[in-house]
Structures are given as C-alpha cells and as structure tokens.
Design a protein around this ligand. Structure first.
Ligand SMILES: *Cc1c(COP(=O)(O)O)cnc(C)c1O
Length: 346
C-alpha cells in the first residue's frame, strides 16, 4: 500500500514555518565567539546560555550507541512530549481518529481526548496479542495513527513480529510503536526496520532502563522526512541544558546501565517463579519488561493490604482484560524480597 506522508500531515503543519531561534540561526563552529544574539545574561554560571535546540552532541552519542543516524532522531521532554508532537502533526481535531489496543499505556487515550480525536479501541485478544484483523477493519480514511506499545504496558508481552509487520504493510497512516521497555527483552528493537517502513515511528525513553525518569527525556526514531515535520512544531528549547548534560553523562559512564538491566531481568525471573507460589495469585503473566502483571482473587483488597505494609503497587483492574490484576515493578533485590515477605504474610 502506498504511503504518502505529505497528505497525512495536517494542512496547517504542512504550511508551517517553524520559529527560528537565535541558536538555530547561528550554529557554533567551535570557534570562540562573543554571543550578543539571544538576550542572555552574559555572566557565566554554566547555565546562562540557551541549550542547543537540536541537541547535536547528545543525538550524536545516542545515535552511535544505537548504530543509527542522527537525522532519524528527535528528542523531547519525555516520550509524552514526543507523542504529543506526533498527534499534533498528523491528527486534525474533530475529524480524525486513532486506533489503540487496550489494555495499554494510558497516554494515547489522553492525547486523543486533548486533541478531540475519536479513539478506536480494539481490545487485545485473550492471550494479549494484537487483533490485527479487527484493527485493520477499524481503519478508515480519517485514521491517522495506530498506537501500540511493545513490550506492552501493563501486560508485559512483546507483540508477534508478523502482526506488527502486517500493520506496517497494510496501514496507510503512521504506526507509532512505543518501545519504552525494549531494553528488558532480547527481541530486537524495530529501529533496525526503519528504512524498510516509511510509516513507522518508534518512541523510546530515558525513563526506564536508562534510569533517568527525573530528567524527562524521550527519544523518537523515524524517517528523516517525519523527523523534519516534527521539528517544525517542536518548541525550540524543548530539552533543557541540565537534561542534555545529565543524559550525556549517563551515556558516557560506560555500561553502568547495562549491568542494572541484566540485574533487573534476573530479579524479574526470580520474582515470577516466587509469585507463582502465592496462594491468592491465580496467574503470573510472563514479562519482557521491568514489571509483572498478576491476577489475584480480589485486587482492591490485596492492593490495600500491600499498601498497609508499606509497598505501593499498581491496581490495573479498571483496564479491559485486566479484572483483578495488580502490576508490580521489579525493584532491587531487597525490595523484591520484602514484597514477597509481605505477599506471604497476608
Ligand atoms: C513509562 C512509559 C513511557 C515513558 O514516558 P516518559 O514520558 O518518557 O517518561 C512511555 N511509554 C510507556 C508505554 C511507558 O510505560
């Protein structure tokens, strides 16, 4: 099926000229200059200058780490900002629709609401796989985005590769694939298929495996044509200097986070086994993320009992297919031991 990017983009965005900031107009060539262009305070305190609006150094480091090209990369104030940019670039308020596959991340629905878009919810199959037939049946000429998340939050599974591939092949709009948890699975990222699929956008984040939820840094990989469109509407200084520095430090600290990821995965597998022996847990779902979804006898009651013992978990019972489920984030070894003690005691 033919994918025509220009016709998918909102008309006002197609015609938009982005705001050109001082740091967009003059790009440092590394030589010493006197900067009298941006009305900054000239007294150096390390943060008196505006940050690089294109985050070149950070994008370079991240692209090298992932074996990708900087022109396929956009950074944002969390993946939440990136999703917001995608929605605003493609979806005409009041007339367009998006397709989501609950139970899933709540942000897609919120953004549909904010942008006055119909959210066509095609619930996953009982085994938490995509219902590709129903998804493709729900598509009409106003369907701009399909938003899915793999590994999926809160179910923890990766979707079958052939299902994602089918959507990419059959859908004329944009498939947004949220890979917030991709570092916890050995299924490879879809970024390796980016050049094959011009209608694919992949989002990732510094908030989970990279251990930097506090700095708010989201990652977006897509064709250079899509990245150019998102750049047109992004606020010029959307990633602040402190965030850029902290992210660079984290990436250059070598493999600190790889060891943590390995440890979290080992803890996850241990926790899954141990949870199977808890009498009031009837089902422990396999997980390729850093959390585990379990089904219990009475989620509200168990949630309160666990909270009374000082542990905060997430009750996911309100979501489709998730009646009486709780979601446990995998913690440190000590935290997981404590969780199991608490579960055994109640
Ligand atoms: C946690 C999470 C994110 C992270 O969002 P940030 O804004 O980058 O912190 C994105 N998508 C999913 C599915 C998540 O669970």
């Amino acid at each position: 099926m033919r994918f025509e990017l220009e016709s998918l983009v909102r008309k006002n965005v197609r015609d938009l000229k982005p705001y050109s900031s001082a740091r967009d107009e003059y790009v440092s060539d590394g030589s010493q200059k006197i900067f009298l262009d941006a009305n900054e305070n000239p007294f150096d305190n390390g943060l008196n200058r505006y940050p690089d609006p294109q985050q070149r150094e950070l994008k370079g480091a991240l692209s090298r780490l992932k074996g990708m090209n900087s022109e396929n990369l956009l950074l944002g104030n969390g993946s939440d900002e990136i999703l917001d940019l995608i929605f605003r670039a493609f979806c005409e308020p009041g007339s367009d629709n998006i397709i989501t596959a609950p139970p899933t991340y709540g942000m897609y629905k919120v953004l549909a609401g904010v942008n006055d878009l119909e959210n066509r919810e095609i619930v996953l199959k009982e085994n938490f796989e995509l219902n590709t037939t129903s998804i493709l049946e729900a598509v009409d000429s106003n369907s701009k985005l399909i938003c899915i998340c793999s590994p999926n939050n809160p179910t923890g599974n990766c979707f079958r590769e052939e299902d994602v591939e089918l959507l990419l092949q059959e859908f004329k709009g944009v498939l947004v694939l949220d890979e917030a948890y991709i570092d916890f699975t050995d299924k490879g990222s879809w970024i390796r298929k980016l050049s094959e699929y011009p209608n694919l956008i992949i989002t990732q984040t510094f908030s989970k495996a990279l251990g930097m939820a506090g700095i708010r840094l989201g990652i977006c990989w897509a064709s250079s044509a899509i990245i150019e469109i998102l750049n047109r509407i992004k606020p010029p200084y959307n990633v602040n200097e402190l965030t850029q520095k902290a992210a660079l430090d984290r990436l250059s600290a070598g493999d600190a986070f790889s060891g943590q990821i390995r440890q979290i995965v080992i803890e996850r597998e241990g926790l899954i086994k141990a949870l199977e022996d808890i009498p009031f847990i009837s089902e422990v779902y396999p997980s390729e993320a850093n959390f585990i979804l379990v089904r219990v006898d009475d989620a509200d009651k168990r949630y309160r009992q666990i909270l009374d013992k000082g542990i905060v978990v997430r009750n996911r019972s309100g979501l489709p297919l998730c009646h009486n489920t709780l979601r446990f984030t995998v913690g440190t070894e000590q935290e997981n031991i404590r969780l199991l003690e608490v579960l055994k005691s109640i």
